[in-house]
Design a protein around this ligand. Structure first.
Ligand SMILES: [Mg+2]
Length: 503
């Protein structure tokens, strides 16, 4: 690289706008050439636009952004090679909730037409098909055993749905894993998404409608779900991100005791966010208090910020404060700093806009750079979500618990398949955790045979159905049938009339 400290070169560089390279020469080559020529006369290079009354002054600083030096050991597209350890590179240990067996009351959202009667205190009604299925399973014991020793972890967006729109193969897959298969057996599957911003129940209800299959909160992990465990550690927390007050609602459900959102702080002192237009409605719905008299114990970024300027200002104020007291400045920025947590680290998020939009990772790097520039010290922070280890550890807890619900055995199946569309989160995380990984072409990944940075170890598939079929053939044999058929049932002796009566 050329040195921008060279004063002669500085003039040449100023006279040559970086956005006007010649046809055949990239900018860096041009700069190198100018450096060589600058000995004779830097002013040989004509300015692009005539100067009128302007004087050109050499720049003292490199035009390169300084952001890189403010970033921690992370990358925009983490790969196995670059990232053997978590982005949480401070030796942080992330709390996750214990098995969800303790919270049996969380709801299972069934689509309306699929509801079964609930009889408190009574054994569950054994539907006829379940009896038939157990007979078929006893005819194929090895296959049934293998089916109980496998599980799927599905990313949602780009795999099963696009926003609110069903990917048709997604419904077929869930029908199949919920029992519409040769053995009539349920194959455990969980949903593992970096999505955020709504309570789990609201998400599973929405998902269950779109997929036309039951989706339980006990098989569902979104980016902030494991952060439930943090409720035990902190009393007063600032919760940032999401639509309206939905993340306050989420934090309440997680058991956080004293929850503050940025609107509460702006309502207390509007001058804290000088560029914010604070509406009457926002004022009326906020919960101001005297924040000069209360300490905030931790900051939780649950979802994407809807107002970067206000949220960043308040977060930086708190990080620079004395133990989370607004209006103060810490004497020691490290020992007096309150902790900050982010629910996920994705840089970009695909939306209906043609170029993916910035997500929490980009917001976090902005904060890290601002914090470092203002204090001179690195910001320690914790990130949850895929591909962080804590999220996969929690997935194990959820899988074991779900296995107990389906098969009465609380254990982790040996053969787990992650199906995702994003190599930088779904696939790298699954690979690092020792899962089988399947990359599908219905979302983010648009590449060739496999992703070059983070190749899926089980393969690349056109859609989720092909991935699941390949995994089932591997575990259950090529002859495994992907549909339930009453006529093959030994009890019915192939009678279609009886079969239809049972249905
Ligand atoms: Mg996805």
């Amino acid at each position: 690289m050329v040195s921008y400290d060279d004063a002669d070169f500085g003039v040449a560089a100023l006279n040559t706008p970086p956005d006007s390279p010649t046809k055949d020469s990239p900018i860096s080559t041009q700069y190198a050439t100018y450096k060589t020529d600058s000995k004779s006369s830097a002013l040989d290079v004509p300015p692009r636009t005539p100067t009128h009354n302007a004087i050109e002054v050499p720049a003292l600083r490199s035009p390169d952004a300084h952001a890189a030096q403010y970033m921690h050991s992370l990358s925009a597209s983490p790969s196995i090679k670059e990232r053997r350890v978590s982005r949480n590179s401070f030796g942080a240990s992330l709390p996750i909730p214990r098995s969800k067996r303790q919270s049996r009351l969380s709801s299972v959202a069934y689509p309306a037409e699929d509801g079964r009667p609930v009889r408190p205190g009574m054994p569950p009604i054994q539907p006829t098909r379940d009896i038939l299925a157990s007979q078929v399973q006893s005819v194929h014991p090895d296959m049934a055993k293998a089916a109980k020793n496998m599980a799927f972890a599905f990313d949602i967006d780009g795999v099963l749905v696009h926003g609110d729109r069903l990917i048709p193969e997604g419904k077929r897959v869930l029908d199949m894993l919920n029992g519409d298969n040769q053995l009539g057996i349920k194959i455990p599957h969980i949903f593992l998404t970096n999505g955020s911003g709504k309570p789990e129940v609201a998400r599973t209800e929405q998902l269950s409608k779109i997929l036309q299959n039951p989706v339980s909160t006990e098989q569902f992990i979104q980016s902030h779900t494991p952060m439930r465990a943090l409720a035990e550690y902190y009393n007063t927390v600032l919760v940032v991100g999401g639509e309206g007050y939905r993340c306050r609602e989420v934090a309440e459900q997680y058991g956080f005791k004293d929850i503050i959102v940025p609107n509460d702080i702006v309502a207390w002192d509007p001058s804290i966010a000088p560029y914010r237009v604070f509406t009457e409605e926002e004022k009326a719905t906020s919960r101001p208090r005297d924040f000069a008299r209360c300490n905030i114990d931790a900051i939780m970024v649950f979802s994407d910020s809807r107002d970067y300027a206000t949220d960043m200002q308040i977060i930086v104020d708190l990080l620079r404060s004395e133990n989370g007291r607004l209006g103060t400045l810490a004497k020691d920025p490290v020992s007096q700093r309150i902790p900050i947590y982010f629910s996920q680290g994705d840089m970009l998020c695909p939306t209906e806009h043609p170029i993916p939009r910035m997500s929490q990772g980009a917001f976090r790097i902005g904060l890290e750079a601002m914090y470092k520039a203002l204090t001179g010290v690195d910001l320690e922070r914790v990130v949850y979500g895929k591909p962080e280890l804590a999220t996969y550890k929690y997935a194990d807890e959820v899988l074991a618990s779900w296995m107990a619900d389906l098969h009465g055995e609380e254990r982790i199946p040996e053969n787990i398949y992650m199906v995702g569309d994003n190599p930088a989160s779904d696939i790298v995380g699954g690979n690092m955790y020792g899962w089988n990984t399947c990359l599908v072409r219905t979302g983010v990944f648009q590449g060739g045979e496999n992703d070059e940075e983070n190749p899926a170890n089980f393969g690349v598939f056109p859609n989720v159905l092909e991935a699941v079929k390949a995994a089932c053939r591997k575990e259950l044999g090529d002859e495994f049938q992907f549909e339930w058929d009453d006529r093959v049932n030994p009890v019915l002796h192939g009678s279609a009339a009886v079969a239809s009566a049972i249905e």
